[in-house]
Design a binder for this molecule. Structure first.
Ligand code: NDP
Ligand code: 2IT
Length: 449
């Protein structure tokens, strides 16, 4: 890891001391602090008011028991989390992740990232995140429903349209949001559409929210390419993951004329040189909730499934990590660089390790950090909240146009801020500084709270 500005070292040491064992949270904090050296020099008022130390401490952390009964009649116990990190710009906003790896350190890292990401969208939303170590994979729809109902039976008292507005993330899609919303409605006896986003279109959801994160990432890359007078036509692209973000990133790349030649899940990756068959992928993943091995079987000779090694060994012009944190390490970055990759954009949250980011920077590969490049999902959630508040519903075209504008603004904001603080072309520093200063200014205005 790089060395922090001397004023920020005690802040980081305090984070390590107060949050032992939460490695992903430490990493996320370090990555932001790493960009703030030029900011503390220019703005002594932030240090005077201890803004950075306050930002690193969540406003509220909720941990709860989630008991439920499985299809065999056995009682199962999971752990639920909601970390309400920062509400200076609006109600806490951020997804829920259901995955066996979830513990407090993961939820805090995601909540911390969310503060700055949400600021970058320009929408009035604070930062939060939640989830559970429950794994929806391998459970029946009824088990998932009973789990979601139990989860919401505790969570409902902490959330609300003006308080905290969860959405999806890994393992939480339309099905789970439906069960969660149903239970919230039942307990509170309120049809409070604005309490959750990612709802189905016929019951308070927004057009484009399903597609928004993947589309947004590709819109962001389109802006990067445009700065060089380039576009997606005939570019080869590798997308990791094959869930919500990956599927719609693949769709938009294809619409823009690019060729996505590989994608993955936790069981390995497929290489499909003629381009991923999106219809088949959606059938396998969205309808059957199946594995990529099935995709490869159904694709016959056209695709190969590889269950060891790294998807990043597949040569490409553009790499879009869209699966999970720390899935692309320094070695992977070196391979991508050697193979001529010139743009990397994070559809997932913190998929690139610090070593990978450093390698991209040294090789002058354009690197778009998740806070900026995957902000389209939460931005469209904020558009869903807007529609719920006004009891309105917009067309697909209009909503997609708003999303494209938001991604263009974030792109430009990153570049302008990077330039202003003496790190031209550094999207990661631009995103961190721009998101941070907006939140810090609001915190100064609101007093010591
Ligand atoms: P999904 O659950 O729809 O898909 C996740 C994909 O990533 C699956 O293909 C899954 O494979 C793979 N994956 C997950 N965990 C691991 C792991 N530990 N190792 C290897 N592969 C893994 O989630 P999303 O597409 O919604 O989320 C993907 C990423 O995007 C996450 O980092 C999330 O935080 C981020 N994100 C999501 C947003 C959204 O709106 N949904 C918004 C912004 C960011 P398998 O099925 O085998 O587990
Ligand atoms: O990481 C993220 O930005 C999300 N999972 C989406 C959050 C949201 O509230 O839409």
């Amino acid at each position: 890891m790089s060395v922090l500005d001397e004023k920020l070292i005690p802040v980081y040491e305090e984070v390590l001391r107060r949050n032992p064992g939460e490695q992903e949270f430490h990493q996320a904090v370090h990555e932001v602090l790493d960009s703030l050296g030029p900011v503390v020099g220019k703005h002594p008022e932030y240090a005077d008011a201890e803004v950075i130390r306050r930002i690193c401490e969540p406003e509220r952390q909720i941990i709860f028991r989630v008991p439920w009964v499985d299809d065999q009649g056995r009682v199962q116990i999971n752990r639920g989390f909601r970390v309400e990190f920062n509400s200076s710009l609006g109600p806490y906003k951020g997804g829920l992740r259901f995955h066996p790896s979830v513990y407090l350190g993961i939820v805090k890292f995601l909540g911390f990232e969310q503060i700055f990401k949400n600021a970058l969208t320009g929408m009035p939303i604070g930062g939060g995140k939640g989830g559970s170590d429950f794994d929806p994979k391998g459970h029946s729809d009824r088990e998932v429903m009973r789990f979601c109902q139990s989860f919401m039976t505790e969570l409902y008292r902490h959330i609300g349209e003006y308080t905290d507005v969860p959405a999806g993330d890994i393992g939480v899609g339309g099905r789970e949001i439906g069960y969660l919303f149903g239970q919230y409605k039942r307990i509170t006896n309120r049809y409070e559409s604005g309490v959750l986003t990612g709802k189905g279109f016929t019951w308070g959801g927004s057009q484009v929210r399903t597609e928004a994160t993947g589309y947004g990432t590709v819109f962001f890359v389109r802006e990067i390419l445009a700065t060089r007078g380039e576009d997606f036509a005939d570019r080869s692209v590798v997308v990791s993951g094959s869930g919500n973000v990956a599927i719609y990133a693949i769709q938009k790349v294809q619409q823009f004329g690019g060729r996505v030649i590989a994608c993955s899940d936790s069981g390995g990756y497929v290489v499909d040189e003629n381009g991923i068959d999106l219809e088949l992928l959606r059938e396998v993943k969205e309808v059957r909730r199946g594995r990529l091995t099935e995709y490869a079987d159904l694709r016959g000779d056209k695709a190969r499934h590889i269950n060891d090694g790294s998807i990043w060994s597949v040569p490409c012009d553009i790499a879009l990590p869209c699966a999970t944190q720390n899935e692309l390490n320094g070695r992977d970055a070196d391979t991508l660089i050697k193979n001529g990759c010139s743009v990397v954009a994070e559809g997932a949250n913190m998929p690139c390790t610090p070593e990978a980011v450093k390698a991209f920077s040294a090789a002058k590969v354009a690197f778009a950090p998740g806070k900026a490049a995957n902000a389209g999902g939460v931005a469209t959630s904020a558009l869903e909240m807007q529609q719920n508040a006004s009891r309105d519903s917009w067309s697909f075209e209009h909503t997609q146009e708003r999303l494209a504008d938001i991604m263009r603004n974030i792109h430009d904001r990153c570049l302008t801020t990077a330039e202003e603080y003496g790190v031209p072309g550094n999207y990661a520093a631009g995103a961190n500084i721009s998101g941070f200063t907006q939140v810090a200014d609001a915190m100064l205005a609101l007093g010591v709270i």
